[in-house]
Design a protein around this ligand. Structure first.
Ligand SMILES: Cc1ncc(COP(=O)(O)OP(=O)(O)O)c(N)n1
Ligand SMILES: Cc1ncsc1CCOP(=O)(O)O
Ligand SMILES: [Mg+2]
Length: 198
């Protein structure tokens, strides 16, 4: 299965309800600091919305809930991977996307046969405080050379205007948060993204 080249990330199923009808085909639900009942309910609603619209849902962090609720994909960062049960994730048939930021992390995750590798932040991000300021485009090219056929997701400070340069550097997929969620017209921005990536 080939993943769509545009990969928005949202923190609530209401965003998916708005954006999936526009043609989003790959989306992440990234919920932080919510009670477990809310997390489960959000995943369930998002799962059903994605099924209805024929989109791929990636659940961030909450791999146990993703298994329990019959989801298809999880995204795990390095700290998540310290405690996640990869065998259980694979046994349940879930696909796995992983975050990387440096050589050691890349070496670690390639041993897990991930279904995509994300590199970030390619550009400075305002979404969260990170140890890395910006990886830059040469790093995208280097990562792609090292992971071969595994899809490479570029994340961090992405915008419609930056997408073609990032694809040119070797990314297969571009992921964005605040370029959409903080835009004055998020629907129009998603339409621009879809136009720029298909
Ligand atoms: C596509 C994509 N890339 C990277 C991340 C970051 O994951 P992680 O390092 O676990 O950090 P949190 O998002 O959980 O704060 C991601 N979620 N998606
Ligand atoms: C979660 C995450 N991981 C690396 S950069 C990033 C944030 C991306 O957000 P934005 O697209 O707003 O920079
Ligand atoms: Mg995480």
């Amino acid at each position: 299965m080939t993943l769509d080249r545009f990969y928005p990330i949202f923190d609530h199923s209401d965003w998916l309800r708005r954006m999936l009808p526009l043609g989003v085909r790959l989306v992440q639900l990234r919920i932080k600091d919510q009670p477990s009942g809310t997390v489960r309910a959000q995943i369930e609603v998002s799962r059903d919305l994605c099924r209805k619209h024929g989109a791929v849902l990636v659940v961030n962090d909450h791999w146990q809930e993703a298994i329990a609720l019959g989801c298809d994909w999880v995204h795990l960062g390095q700290e998540d991977l310290d405690s996640a049960d990869l065998a259980a994730i694979r046994k349940a048939g879930l696909k796995l996307g992983v975050s990387t930021h440096d050589d050691d992390e890349l070496e670690r995750v390639m041993g897990m046969a991930p279904d995509y590798v994300a590199l970030g932040p390619v550009y400075p991000t305002i979404l969260k405080k990170m140890k890395w300021h910006q990886q830059g485009l040469p790093r995208v090219t280097d990562w792609k050379a090292r992971i071969g056929a595994t899809p490479l997701v570029a994340i961090g400070g992405m915008s419609v205007e930056r997408a073609s340069g990032v694809f040119g550097a070797g990314a297969d997929i571009v992921s964005a948060v605040t370029d959409i969620t903080l835009n004055a017209d998020p629907e129009a921005r998603v339409r621009q993204w879809i136009g720029a990536t298909r």
